[in-house]
Design a protein around this ligand. Sequence first.
Ligand SMILES: Cc1ncc(COP(=O)(O)O)c(C=O)c1O
Length: 381
Amino acid sequence: MSIPDRAQRVLPGGNTRTTLFVPPHPPYAVRGNGALITDDTGHRVIDCNNNYTSLIHGHARAEVLETAIEAARSGTAFGLPTASEVALAEHLRDRTGIEQWRFCNSGSEAVLMLLRAARAYTGRDLIIRFDGSYHGTGDALVPPEAPGLAKSVSESVLVLPQNDLAAVEKALHEHGARVAAVLIDLMPNRAGLIPADPEYVTALRNLTRQHATLLAVDEVITFRLREGGLHTDYDIQPDLVSVGKVIGGGFPVGAIGGSAEVLSPFAPTAPGAVSWGGTFSANPVTMAAGLTALQLFGATEITELNQRGDAVRARLLKADVPVRGSGSLLRLTTPNPTELWWKLYHAGVLAGTNGLLALSTAMTDAQLDQITDGVTRAFRT
Ligand SMILES: Cc1ncc(COP(=O)(O)O)c(C=O)c1O
């Protein structure tokens, strides 16, 4: 029996991750090496999905792999903390200037932990977030009409239109004393990968301060764009950030960062401390691989990869391909994402199911040419 047929029997719709589903079913990956993936039919594609932007060095980068294997040989998980979580937190602190960190296993979990931190610190219950931005799968973070939510969930979150300062002003004017945090992604993928307007973001920072509301920036995708995260392009200091993806070196990860004061409710000895566990949170394999991956992705490498992304985007635009984004993140726009996905796949390019392309340091110039040609051809046919 084929893998898809077996999958249909044991997984609902044959699927585990909705985000990578393409009808009738996606191909099955067998092997990844550098910038390439081979599927179960032997077809090879250049990986521009990079597990939804997380594999900054592509597949099986030797240094990352060696660190992970070395860590695994000494034990994959413990009912004790390890020095590796301290080392990764120190690296993140030095890289971003953000004082303290707390680890978990995914970006979704990081955003949930961020909301818990905001509520615990402020003693307030409401969260403001923006329509069309994806923040993972938490109940308060998916569309309020999504199936499976308790009705009460919508009472704890206000969903406002993107880039509408007047709407935020009105909401904070009416509910400010109840709002724990305003949560923003500065370049939301699902909303088209358009960077937020700097004046709008500064105004948001000022407004949140006036109402003693925390400003929380979701950097789960955008962290790869700058050494300290995309927010460093803006004239703001967020109270909380969530990160994930690239900080795990290809292993499951999420984290939140903030000042010692804002994160103080998580200190186990604090009065009324937030209790938050996670059996595999801060496991030494993820922590060690993540640290190595980030050490290999400093300011120079980030700038270089972003320049390569900008060059690909410029060439695509010149060929009349509708593409947006910034640096190493590109987003193709099409009315038929599934059709585009398959065309790209057959042309040897693995994209995100919504037309997202994420470059990795593993890509050669020749592969970038192949990506540009493959995408251009897919749009011409
Ligand atoms: C901005 C943002 N936040 C949160 C998440 C959730 O991360 P994860 O898929 O690791 O749970 C994502 C995932 O793509 C994301 O793009």
